[in-house]
Design a binder for this molecule. Structure first.
Ligand code: C5P
Length: 225
């Protein structure tokens, strides 16, 4: 059978990453976190003194960083100019700047190229997660999933993640506000905004456990394969 290409999109805090990695591991597929690539690009800009609010400067710099993603869902990696960036791309500084960087068309063109290469180069198939995978990056994907959840559920999950990764005091109200702001920016930008593709299957994860979401997505893929 043809390699299965799975596009998983949705706003932050819907369980996209956990679901995508688990589904890829279960089905023996490669995995690509496109959000990590936008974060890596943003980290490079911040580290190299590029003003992230100067879209012309960001556009010019967009071709410079060498960004390489590992495809193993059990141990996803990302390097920027050969340096492991998995830690630095998760800082609040990067999170706060990433929507501005990802709205720049030159950034998107560059990263979408990497993303299409990754999908074409995954012989057994791949799970690609992001915001515009089903609409723009891989419009011919075998299966398109759009994950949603209430703002409360998303803030609670993101708060839990931040706590787990070392944050002592997590302000849920601030977390919720930052999430809502980032999703509004991602949904409102001109170039390939966060959107559900017409042929994507929407799964509301608010009331589901992670295991239930994984099972649901695996079933949807098996029906199409
Ligand atoms: O998925 P994650 O929250 O790590 O994504 C970080 C940011 O990268 C998003 O808020 C969005 O601005 C950008 N992004 C994007 N297109 C994608 C994936 C992520 O614009 N396909």
């Amino acid at each position: 059978s043809n390699p299965v290409i799975v596009a998983i999109d949705g706003p932050s805090g819907t369980g996209k990453s956990s679901t995508s990695k688990a589904v890829a591991a279960k089905l023996g597929l490669s995995y690509l976190d496109t959000g990590a690539q936008y974060r890596a690009m943003t980290w490079w800009m911040l580290s190299n003194g590029v003003d992230v609010n100067d879209s012309a400067a960001v556009a010019t710099a967009a071709e410079k960083p060498v960004i390489v993603s590992g495809a193993d869902p059990a141990a996803p990696t990302i390097t920027v100019d050969g340096v492991d960036a998995s830690g630095p791309i998760r800082t609040q500084e990067v999170t706060a700047a990433v929507s501005a960087v990802s709205a720049v068309p030159e950034v998107r063109t560059r990263l979408v190229g990497l993303q299409r290469d990754a999908a074409a180069g995954a012989p057994g198939g791949i799970v690609v997660e992001g915001r515009d995978i089903g609409t723009t990056v891989l419009p011919d994907a075998t299966v398109k999933i759009f994950l949603t959840a209430s703002a409360e559920a998303r803030a609670a999950r993101r708060g839990g993640e931040l706590k787990a990764t070392g944050g002592a005091q997590v302000d849920l109200v601030a977390t919720r506000e930052a999430l809502v702001r980032r999703d509004a920016a991602d949904s409102g930008r001109k170039t390939s905004p966060l959107a559900k593709a017409d042929d994507a299957i929407e799964v509301d994860t608010s009331e589901l456990t992670l295991d239930q979401v994984i099972e649901c997505v695996v079933t949807l893929i098996e029906e199409k394969r």
